[in-house]
Structures are given as C-alpha cells and as structure tokens.
Design a protein around this ligand. Structure first.
Ligand code: SAH
Ligand code: SF4
Ligand code: F3S
Length: 454
C-alpha cells in the first residue's frame, strides 16, 4: 500500500508521438489535482513513457526504474508509485511487473485510464491496462491548455505496414485516423493556448483519412485557422504520398517546405526483405515529383544499416542513394532484432562490428549533406519561429521553414515570428540576423558576421 500521490513527473522516450502522449498524461494528472515536478526523484508518481523500437531503448527502462527508486529512497526517503506507459508497456505487459515490481502498466491506447490505475495501485490492487479499445482515448482527455509555440497534434495512430524489423504495428495497433472535427477542434484549442506552429503526428501520418478526405484536405482546413502560422506533418510513408499532398506543398503557404520520408535502405533486395513495398527507384521518382512543385523542400529520412543479409554491395546502394538525394538531415540506426518480428529470425544476421563501421560511413555522408544544406542557405531571408532562449545573453533559438535551428540575437520574445537573413552555417545549426528596417540594418548584419567569424 502506498498513499495516493500528490506530485508527479512524466518522462518520455522515443518518438514525437510519445512526447504528445506524455503531455496528455501530464494534463490528465494535473486535472486530477496533482502537481507536476521537474525532479523525477522527488515525485510521488513517476510515469515512464517508454519506447520499444530498439533493444537499447527497452533496456533503458529497466535501468531507469532501478535508479529512480534508489535515488528517491536515498535523497528523499520516499518510495514513489512507478507507472510504465508507452510501447514497452504494451509489448511486455505483466512481464514488467514481474521483472521490476512496478505499480502500474498502461499501454499507449489506454492511458486515459491512468487516474483509475494509480488509485488501484495505491489500494494495493493490480493495475495493468494494455487494451486497445475501438473507442479511442482522445475523447476522454482533458482540454489543451498552455502549450509551447510549436505544438504536436496526433491525428493518426498505428501501422498496417508490417515492415519485417519493426514492433510498431504490435505496440500501437492497427492504423486509425482521428475524425476531422476532433482534429480541427484540438488544433483551434492549441492555437488558443499559444501554438503558432502545429506538427501533425502519425506513425503513417499521410495515411490519415476521414470520409474520403485525405491529409492535404485537413491541412488546407487547418491553414484557415487565424493565428496558426505554420503546419508540419510527420512521419510519412512513401506509399501514402498522394499527389494532393505533394501539391499542398505548392499551394498552401502555411505548410512548411520540409518532408521526413524514411527510405531505410537504397538496395532493392533489402527493401524487399524489409517488406517496404517501395523500391529505390520509386522512392527517387517520388522525390522528383515533390521537388518539381517545391524545389526548396528540405528532405529528411531514416536509415537502418545491417538488416539481415545486407552485403557490402547493398550498403553501397544505400550510400549512392544518399548521394542522389542530398538530405537536409536524417536519422540512421544499427539494425536491432526485436522479439516477435520476422527479421529477428532471418538467417545472415550482420555482425555488430560490421554495422558499426557501416553506420559511421553512412553518418559521415549524411553529416556532409546536412552541412552542405546549411551552407547553401547562407544569404537566404526567411521567417523563423522563436522556440527557446539560447546560451548567450539575448540569444534565441528558432526554427527556419526548413527546420534548421537558427541562432539569433535581438529584441524579441519566445513565440515571435521574426524575419532574418541567414549569415552563417555550422554542421547542426545556422546563424541569423534579424532584418531591421532602416538605419542600422547593415551595421547589425556586419556585426553578426564578425561574431560568427570570431
Ligand atoms: N513509421 C515510421 C517510423 C517508425 S520508427 C516509418 O515507417 O518510417 C522510426 C525509425 O526507427 C524507422 O524509420 C526505422 O528507421 C527505425 N527502426 C525501426 N525498427 C528498427 C529496428 N528494429 N532496428 C533499428 N532501427 C529501427
Ligand atoms: Fe514500422 Fe514500417 Fe510501420 Fe514505419 S511503416 S511504423 S517502420 S512497420
Ligand atoms: Fe518507440 Fe513506440 Fe514511438 S516503439 S518510436 S515510442 S511508436
């Protein structure tokens, strides 16, 4: 038996959808009258919102549980209620209770029941819920309040693609779209709560549909919300990239010129074994169509190295695809065999050292392209959204339309949209100067250039 918690801390791992879910769980607990605390070790209730995508992510949960317990005990003399949420909760269920003696286990489609589960745990009862109800959780969540200038909005969940390496179809369930009205209402609430930019989220966000309407129709409707300045969406699957969505990048000014479109490999043989259902060529042709309507689009992707059976020749195909695309940024991972997925049982698993070496070469190529993209943006004028303070006095960090981090100094406030000229570029960010009207503008520009050079 533990006394009912008064303070809570939510810690999210994994993808942006988990960040969204973590925010919603915090809103639920706040509505129950609990107070949020930044220190995980001092909270009465700790929610670990977990990720199962690679083995390392999963193992981290168990080490975190041990560490939080130990520090809570030694520093505060407390024994917090520990709730495991997210994809590990879904995948491992009761096994987590056996292995780590946690109080609550709640899956990604059941967390609207968190208050009830926490109350049950406090009474010493079993508190595990990994149901995937047809009636989605969203209708049971409290209204949105106080959000950052750039906010997430989940519009689609789950995945029917069953790539042979991936756990998501098992942890998040089948593809489901939230309804039009509910999404538009939440977007309006986010804008009322301070959002200037909304990123629409889904495991396959471009598969979103409601009554024959697709993601581009939804984006067009959201673009009519006064006070909403920018729209993004992620993650997309190449096979769901409808012509309407491509054209939205030409027709809808509020839709930002950025596309995260994972390809995973440049080898057709490997793509087939991954069950990706697109080819190297169909992917490249798709990008041609996007660039035809929006030449400045910034492209991003995900890559896996060392999928079972990947030879040096297959990997060379991935490198040549990277050369052909020229990504603005990208994520790359060592293949991690996941329990229950077809690839985990495939012959010819690639040795870890071989994966390490390939990952290094791939990341060198991707870093080169990211630096080149940043360098090519020097001299561009654009509007940036200020998201947080930087390290230097008066410095802000904002995002360019192409999702670059932009450092800028000036009189402004977080949440402002300011016009800048990009004057310098580094590997991971660029520097801008605010475009001042009239006298002093040239001087500010020169000063910033000197700062950058120094
Ligand atoms: N729905 C998205 C992203 C899913 S997970 C998509 O289809 O692109 C994010 C990324 O994690 C994937 O794109 C993939 O690159 C990587 N990933 C997924 N399973 C993995 C595994 N078993 N090992 C290594 N990387 C993996
Ligand atoms: Fe996983 Fe493939 Fe679905 Fe993406 S599309 S979530 S990689 S199964
Ligand atoms: Fe991880 Fe689940 Fe997201 S496995 S990447 S938290 S969908």
């Amino acid at each position: 038996m533990k006394s009912p918690p008064k303070t809570f801390h939510v810690k999210s791992f994994g993808c942006q959808m988990n960040v969204y879910d973590g925010d919603r769980m915090a809103e639920i607990m706040a509505e129950q009258g609990l107070t949020a605390t930044d220190d995980a070790n001092a909270a009465d209730l700790v929610v670990l919102n977990t990720c199962h995508i690679r083995e390392k992510a999963t193992e981290k949960v168990y080490s975190d549980i041990g560490r939080i317990r130990k520090e809570a005990r030694s520093k505060h003399g407390t024994d917090p209620v520990i709730a495991v949420a997210g994809c590990v909760a879904q995948a491992e269920g009761a096994e987590i209770v056996r292995r780590a003696k946690v109080d609550v286990v709640v899956g990604p489609q059941a967390y609207h029941n968190l208050p009830d589960l926490v109350a049950r745990a406090a009474r010493g009862e079993s508190a595990l819920d990994t149901d995937m109800p047809v009636d989605l959780k969203f209708g049971h969540l409290p209204p949105r309040r106080r959000v950052s200038p750039s906010a997430f909005l989940t519009v689609q969940e789950g995945c029917d693609k069953f790539c042979t390496y991936c756990v998501v179809p098992y942890t998040r369930g089948a593809e489901v779209s939230r309804g039009w009205v509910q999404v538009v209402d939440e977007a309006k609430a986010l804008v009322d709560a301070g959002a200037k930019e909304i990123t629409l989220l889904g495991q396959n966000v471009n598969a979103w549909e409601d009554d024959g309407r697709g993601l581009h129709d939804l984006i067009a409707a959201l673009a009519d919300i006064a006070g909403l300045h920018r729209i993004r969406y992620t993650t997309s699957h190449p096979n769901d990239m409808a012509q309407g969505l491509i054209e939205a990048h030409r027709d809808i000014a509020k839709l930002m010129p950025f596309l995260h479109l994972p390809v995973q490999s440049g080898s057709d043989r490997i793509l087939k074994a991954m069950n990706r259902s697109h080819t190297r060529d169909s992917y490249l042709r798709l990008l041609d169509r996007v660039r035809a309507v929006r030449p400045d689009i910034a492209l991003s992707g995900d890559f896996i190295v060392g999928f079972p059976g990947e030879t040096e020749a297959d990997f060379a195909d991935t490198l040549s695809l990277v050369d052909a695309v020229g990504h603005a940024q990208a994520f790359s991972f060592k293949y991690s065999p996941r329990p229950g997925t077809p690839a985990a049982g495939m012959a010819d698993q690639v040795a870890s050292e071989v994966m390490d070496e390939r990952l290094q070469r791939l990341q060198a190529a991707l870093n080169r392209d990211q630096a080149a993209f940043n360098a090519a943006s020097v001299g561009r004028r654009c509007t940036i959204l200020l998201e947080r303070m930087g390290k230097l006095p008066g410095q802000f960090i904002g995002k360019s339309p192409w999702l670059q981090s932009v450092h800028v100094v000036g009189k402004a406030a977080i949440g402002d949209l300011v016009d800048v000229t990009i004057v310098a570029a580094g590997p991971n960010s660029v520097t801008g100067v605010m475009i001042e009207q009239g006298e002093g503008a040239d001087e500010a520009f020169q000063r910033a250039k000197l700062d950058v050079a120094a």
